[in-house]
Design a protein around this ligand. Structure first.
Ligand SMILES: [Zn+2]
Length: 402
């Protein structure tokens, strides 16, 4: 395979790697986190990469959530193709609300699996275990999470098992990645962190700068081991609270219950997952399943006039606009504004775990993400809209040799 060959995955062509490539997805990495860490002087690798490599601002997938974006990055495709449009969805066939983290919901193969199948050595390290099965689907290679690492993997990272709610969960990912690069030198590596720190700390805050300083050290180690690095994010992150620190929430299920009768419509929040302590299952994106005969356009218009709502779209319009799978969304798609989140019913959200004013994501307001390379990217078509899921394309097809 090695030489000038290309691999085709999901209709896109990728050149075989000429040097080890590490693609990093920093969960919740609003660009300002990097800028502030550089300004504070704690991120020399980022500072150098911003000037000597190539730095772009790209659009992530909406809903700007973790799973849809990680799957887009590793498939090089939007959710309309790979099928993963949330952490959670309503399965009409079974009439149940289910997690979407089982590979049976994945409709496309990954770039990682394709390269592994063609003979490349591939490694994947994630923070949370919820992503591991999806990212590792069909992959013959090393694939493990910090959350459920075994003894050998813990030893590889040189760390004890970190708490699922900690900065150390992400540190494990880098520690293991750096050690893998030193010892086994995989051709291709995908590292994916968690946004625990970003949900709590704004750009420039001491905890945020410490987190980026930690990453910076590992990225420098990976680079000095000879790796090309592409770094992007699954989504940005914004404050979703008022000046008094209480969250700005639109309880959409309560509203629809009032308009249509209790339980007639079903609001699904695709941010919902088993790890809700840091965001209370509150994000800026919701989908609504309406009862038969309901006036979808009328309800969309009515919801769109509510304070804090950015978009209320019918399913077809939303799926065209955001490249989403029509069969996994309700009749309406609702996106809230930058400072506002959408909830179901007030009584169903436990906000007692929020020990810091709410920061979250999910909307169009969190769509801008960094796309950085420690190599010069050359020959891109002028005016091309860059997506975070172009990370492999740019790194493999457009990077100049160091
Ligand atoms: Zn995320």
């Amino acid at each position: 395979m090695e030489g000038t060959s290309f691999l085709e995955v999901n209709g896109r062509r990728y050149r075989w790697m000429r040097e080890p490539l590490v693609v990093v997805c920093v969960d919740g990495c609003e660009g300002a986190y990097i800028d502030e860490a550089v300004r504070a002087g704690v991120a020399p690798w980022f500072a150098r990469t911003l000037t000597e490599g190539s730095a772009f601002v790209a659009d992530c997938v909406v809903p700007s959530f973790t799973n849809p974006n990680n799957l887009s990055i590793v498939t090089g495709a939007p959710p309309s193709l790979h099928g993963i449009c949330g952490n959670y969805f309503y399965d009409r066939d079974s009439g149940r609300e289910v997690m979407m983290n089982d590979p049976k919901y994945l409709r496309a193969g990954t770039i990682l699996a394709a390269f592994a199948q063609a003979g490349a050595s591939v490694a994947v390290v994630t923070a949370k275990d919820k992503l591991r099965a999806l990212l590792g689907h069909g992959l013959a290679g090393e694939c493990f999470s910090a959350e459920k690492a075994n003894k050998v993997q813990l030893a590889l990272a040189g760390m004890a098992r970190p708490s699922v709610y900690s900065a150390e969960l992400s540190q494990f990912v880098f520690a293991a990645g750096a050690k893998l690069m030193q010892t086994r030198r995989p051709d291709l590596m995908y590292l994916s962190t968690t946004d625990y720190v970003q949900h709590k700390a704004a750009p420039g805050a001491p905890a945020a700068n410490a987190f980026y300083a930690m990453m910076d050290g590992y990225l420098a180690r990976l680079e000095s081991a000879g790796a090309a690095i592409a770094l992007t994010a699954d989504h940005g992150m914004n404050d979703k609270h008022g000046p008094d620190g209480s969250p700005n929430v639109i309880y959409l299920q309560d509203l629809l219950d009032e308009w249509l009768g209790a339980g007639a419509a079903r609001v699904i929040l695709p941010i919902t997952d088993p790890y809700v302590v840091h965001h209370g299952a509150l994000g800026s994106f919701a989908t609504v399943y309406l009862p038969e005969g309901a006036d979808a356009p009328g309800l969309a218009a009515r919801i769109s006039t509510r304070h804090g709502i950015e978009l209320a779209l019918e399913r077809f319009d939303a799926c065209c606009r955001f490249q989403l799978p029509e069969d996994r969304l309700g009749e309406l798609v609702i996106v809230s504004r930058r400072d506002t989140v959408i909830g179901t019913s007030k009584s169903r959200h436990d906000l007692s775990g929020l020990d810091a004013p709410l920061r979250s994501h999910g909307g169009v307001s969190e769509q801008k993400v960094p796309l950085l390379f420690n190599r010069r990217i050359e020959g891109l078509a002028p005016g091309r809209r860059l997506r975070n899921f172009d990370a492999f394309d740019l790194a493999l097809n457009y990077a100049a040799r160091p």
